[in-house]
Design a protein around this ligand. Structure first.
Ligand code: CAA
Length: 383
C-alpha cells in the first residue's frame, strides 16, 4: 500500500533528520567498535524501520516498493552498516514469508520481525555455492514429521542476531539442480544449529556476517515454506529480485551523500589560489558523479513503480543493481580523488565509504550475475 503524499513527506523528513542527527555523528564510533549502540536499534524499532515492507495486518508499515526505495535513498546517506541492521527484516530475511508463507508462518513471525523484536536472515550461500546458487549442497531429508538438515551456510548477514532463518536446502538429493531445492522458515534456536564467529570484513563494520552450520538439525515439517517441496530456488530468486532493487536504492543514498561531501570539500579547499571546485577537472568529476547518481535514482523509481503495478521486474531489478552498485563505486573513487590525501585518511570518513561500498557489487548477486540475468531476459525476448 502506498503512503499518501503528506504522510510520505513527513516520514521521509523524519528519516532524514534521524540520519543527520543520530546516525551520521556515530559513523566513526560504529566503525571502530564494530557495533551499533542498542539505543539506536531501539530508535529504529520506534520509527518502524524493521517493518517497512511487512504488511500492516502483520504489524508493519506495508510500504509500496516506491516508498521503500525512497526510504532507502534517505537511509543510504550514512554508513551502510546502519541500513544492514534492518536490511534483512525488510528484505531477504522476511520476504520469503511475506510472499510465500502460510498464514500460521506469517502470524508466527511477521509481527515480531516488523517490530524488530526478532531478526531474520537469509541462508542461501554456501562455501561451494555462491553465484551458482542452484548447486547448493545443504540437505533437508524428510523423516516422518520433521526434516533432518545438514550443511553449512556462509556469509549470512545478521546471523548472529537472528531468531529465524529463511533457509534454502536440498530436499531431493537425486535432483542436483534448482528443482531439488526447498525453502524453510527455521527458528534459529533449534538443536543442531551453530552460528560461527562474525567474519572480519573490508568495510561496513557494525554489520555482521557469519556461518550457519546445521548438524543433524531436526526441523518440523511445518517449517516448509509454501505448500510443496522443490520451490525453494524460485522463492530465493523472487526474494532477490526485490532485494536487488532495495540494495540499488541504498547505493543511490550513499552516492548522494558522497556527492554532497565532494561538493562541500571542493568549495572549501583552495589550491593555486582558488577553490578546487573552480577547476574544470574537479568540476568534471562532480558532474559525472551527480549525473550517474541521478540516472540510478530515476531508473530505480521507474522499476519500483513497475513492481507496484504488478509487473515482473526481474530484469529491471538486475539493471538497477548492476548500474547503481557500479556507479557508487565510481562515485566513491572520485570522492577520494577530490579529497586528495584527505580522502585516504580515516578522519575524513571518505576512505570508509570507499571500503563500505565495495560489497554492493558482490552481495545479492555480483555484477556479472546481474549481466547474466539481463542478457538472458533479452535473449528470451522479455526486454
Ligand atoms: N523468479 C522466478 N523464477 C526464477 C527466477 C526469478 N527471478 N530466476 C530463475 N527462476 C527459475 C527459472 O525459471 C527456472 O525455473 P524452471 O526450472 O521451472 O524453468 C529455475 O528458477 C532455475 O533457473 P535458472 O535455470 O535460470 O538457474 P541457474 O542455475 O542458471 O541460475 C542465476 C540463475 C541467475 C545465476 C542464479 O543462480 C543467481 O541469481 N545467482 C546469484 C545468487 C545470489 O544472488 N546470491 C546472493 C546471496 S544472498 C546475499 O548475498 C545476502 C547476504 O546475506 C550476504
Amino acid at each position: 500500500m502506498a503512503l499518501d503524499a503528506e504522510t510520505r513527506t513527513q516520514f521521509l523528513d523524519t528519516i532524514r533528520r534521524f540520519v543527520r542527527d543520530k546516525l551520521v555523528p556515530l559513523e566513526a564510533e560504529v566503525s571502530e567498535t564494530d557495533r551499533i549502540p542498542d539505543a539506536i536499534i531501539q530508535d529504529m524499532r520506534d520509527l518502524g524501520l524493521f517493518g517497512l515492507s511487512i504488511p500492516t495486518e502483520h504489524g508493519g508499515l506495508g510500504l509500496s516498493m516506491e516508498d521503500e526505495v525512497l526510504v532507502c535513498f534517505e537511509l543510504g546517506q550514512t554508513s551502510p552498516a546502519f541500513r544492514s541492521a534492518i536490511g534483512t527484516n525488510v528484505g531477504i530475511g522476511s520476504q520469503g514469508i511475506v510472499m510465500f508463507g502460510r498464514d500460521e508462518q506469517k502470524r508466527a513471525w511477521l509481527p515480531k520481525l516488523a517490530s524488530g523484536e526478532a531478526i531474520a536472515s537469509f541462508c542461501l550461500t554456501e562455501p561451494g555455492a555462491g553465484s551458482d546458487a542452484a548447486s547448493l549442497k545443504t540437505t533437508a531429508i524428510r523423516r516422518g514429521d520433521h526434516y533432518v538438515v545438514n550443511g553449512t551456510k556462509r556469509y549470512i548477514t545478521n546471523a548472529n542476531r537472528a531468531s529465524v532463518f529463511t533457509l534454502m536446502a536440498r530436499t531431493n538429493p537425486e535432483n542436483k539442480g534448482a528443482g531439488g531445492i526447498s525453502a524453510f522458515v527455521v527458528p534459529s534456536n533449534l538443536p543442531g544449529i551453530v552460528i560461527g564467529k562474525p567474519e572480519k570484513k573490508m568495510g561496513q563494520q557494525g554489520a555482521h556476517i557469519c556461518d550457519v552450520i546445521f548438524e543433524d538439525a531436526k526441523i518440523p515439517v511445518e517449517c516448509l515454506l509454501g505448500d510443496k517441496e522443490g520451490e525453494g530456488f524460485k522463492v530465493a530468486m523472487q526474494v532477490l529480485d526485490r532485494g536487488r532493487l532495495h540494495i540499488a536504492a541504498v547505493c543511490v543514498g550513499v552516492a548522494e551523500r558522497l556527492v554532497r561531501e565532494s561538493v562541500r570539500y571542493a568549495q572549501e579547499r583552495t589550491q593555486f589560489g582558488q577553490r578546487i571546485g573552480d577547476f574544470q577537472l574537479i568540476q568534471a568529476m562532480l558532474a559525472d558523479s551527480k549525473t550517474e547518481t541521478y540516472a540510478a535514482r530515476s531508473m530505480i523509481l521507474d522499476a519500483a513503480r513497475k513492481r507496484d503495478e504488478g509487473q515482473n521486474i526481474s530484469m529491471e531489478a538486475s539493471c538497477c543493481k548492476l548500474f547503481a552498485s557500479e556507479m557508487v563505486g565510481r562515485v566513491a573513487d572520485r570522492a577520494v580523488q577530490i579529497f586528495g590525501g584527505a580522502g585516504y585518511v580515516a578522519d575524513y570518513g571518505i576512505e570508509r565509504f570507499y571500503r563500505d561500498v565495495r560489497i554492493f557489487r558482490l552481495y545479492e548477486g555480483t555484477s556479472q550475475i546481474q549481466q547474466i540475468v539481463i542478457a538472458r531476459a533479452l535473449m528470451k525476448g522479455e526486454g
